[in-house]
Design a protein around this ligand. Structure first.
Ligand SMILES: [Zn+2]
Length: 83
């Protein structure tokens, strides 16, 4: 089990959190992009192995969203910061 450091509450057990995915920049207005580009934004994720940046919510705590940097292989957590 991960011990995730919430930037507001401090270290808490992983079941208190909800994974929110990888941060992604939303593409331009829907009229200006193709269906493939929009589909890629909605459904395609890098799922990289190793150091990774993710969005998490302390859903059973303070309810705040934050950015967590961790290694998906070793589960080492490098930082947790406010967005
Ligand atoms: Zn919190």
């Amino acid at each position: 089990m991960l011990l995730i450091p919430c930037p507001w509450c401090g270290p808490r057990d992983e079941p208190e959190f909800t994974y929110g995915g990888e941060p992604a920049v939303r593409p331009g207005p829907a009229a200006d992009i193709s269906d493939a580009q929009w589909g890629g934004y909605l459904y395609m994720r890098g799922n990289d192995k190793g150091p990774h940046r993710e969005i998490w919510c302390h859903s059973f705590g303070c309810g705040q969203w934050f950015v967590l940097e961790r290694d998906t292989v070793t589960h080492a957590i490098f930082s947790a910061r406010k967005p």
